[in-house]
Ligand binder design. Structure first.
Ligand code: COA
Ligand code: ZN
Length: 313
């Protein structure tokens, strides 16, 4: 059976884009509701400087208090060695380290050169010895940088090689941080990366934003190239505060609709997800996105194929 795994990032990428502090109780309730939709993986926050992103300051509190079904995989994002230590101290078993391919976005995001970030990652990761947590490595600005424009594929290839040299067991997320990737660019980059680097130890994921309305098309293209982990944010919130011009993540409900419509299973209950997506969007309505939420629900939920015959408009 064809299937795809969705990593839900609304609690991290989504909420970090919202200026006004979202009460911890609200975050916990929404995270628990997301998990109840059948979502298998959740990025529930980040250990970053509260001066950089105050919205994420309650991540360890959320980790302590959220009640999630057994088997749901939880990860947090970290940008430096201190973040990794805090994540481990909080008992997290999956971390997402982030470095940008482009020099200027990396400096804007984590105030270090790309070389400095890779040196810090190598020291921190190799310093852990045995019993390391599971690693998702997010390579930001793989297609487009808000300051440098289109990114050369060779630069992404070099970054992927650096990651694998330091951490041979890894899931590497190829991120369209600004949402400006053209669909053919997604295709050519993955067509180059997957045959060369995917293995039993190295998996690839796609993380997209929907700034120009290409989020779903780009995710499907990534899938067609062989990627089986796709990031989405329910309600379409999101965006790196250090990437001017980036809009929200591709909405998870749009991804679920598109994949299920093609017969590719996500394991996610779309009716429940839409209800949670509405509540997440209500947290910051002017920043929310996605298309499927705007369609009358009875039409969306009528099913696919012959089941949709005769649905009233
Ligand atoms: N978690 C919590 N606090 C942290 C931290 C972390 N991972 N890393 C640093 N800090 C604290 C330091 O203790 C210090 O606190 P103090 O001023 O009270 O002593 C302060 O933050 C500054 O630390 P410093 O090491 O000088 O960092 P910096 O100012 O050079 O900023 C980063 C570097 C990486 C910490 C910061 O840019 C950051 O958190 N960026 C993340 C951005 C992000 O999340 N982007 C979106 C996701 S892609
Ligand atoms: Zn993002």
């Amino acid at each position: 059976m064809s299937k795809v795994e969705i990593l839900e990032v609304a609690p991290r990428d989504g909420f970090q884009a919202v200026k006004a502090f979202i009460p911890t109780e609200t975050k916990i309730a929404l995270i628990e509701e997301l998990a109840a939709c059948g979502i298998a993986r959740l990025e529930i926050g980040s250990f970053v400087s509260p001066k950089a992103i105050a919205q994420m300051a309650d991540t360890s509190d959320i980790l302590k208090r959220a009640r999630l079904p057994a088997g749901v995989r939880i990860q947090v994002l970290v940008p430096n060695a201190k973040g990794l230590q805090l994540a481990l101290a909080a008992g997290v078993r999956e971390v997402g380290w982030v470095i940008s391919v482009s020099e200027s976005h990396n400096r804007s995001n984590v105030r270090r050169s790309v070389d400095e970030s890779f040196r810090e990652f190598a020291d921190a990761w190799q310093g852990l010895g045995a019993g390391k947590p599971r690693l998702r490595f997010s390579l930001s600005t793989c297609f487009d940088c808000p300051f440098e424009g289109r990114i050369a594929e060779d630069d992404v290839v070099r970054a992927v090689e650096r990651v694998i040299a330091i951490a041979p067991d890894v899931e590497i997320a190829i991120c369209d941080t600004t949402g400006r990737a053209a669909t053919d660019h997604v295709g050519t980059l993955f067509a180059r990366l997957l045959p060369a680097y995917a293995s039993k130890r190295v998996a690839f994921a796609y993380h997209g934003h929907d700034t120009y309305g290409l989020g779903v098309a780009n995710a499907i293209e990534a899938y067609r190239q062989g990627v089986r982990v796709i990031d989405g944010a329910a309600g379409g919130l999101g965006g790196c505060p250090f990437a001017p011009g980036a809009a929200g993540n591709t909405a998870t409900e749009d991804l679920v609709f598109a994949f299920e419509h093609m017969g590719i299973k996500t394991g996610i209950a779309l009716d429940k997800l839409l209800a949670v997506a509405d509540r997440i969007a209500a947290v910051a309505p002017d920043q929310a996105g996605g298309k499927v939420r705007t369609v009358p629900r009875r039409r969306v939920l009528a099913g696919f194929g012959p089941a949709t015959r005769g649905i009233p408009t």
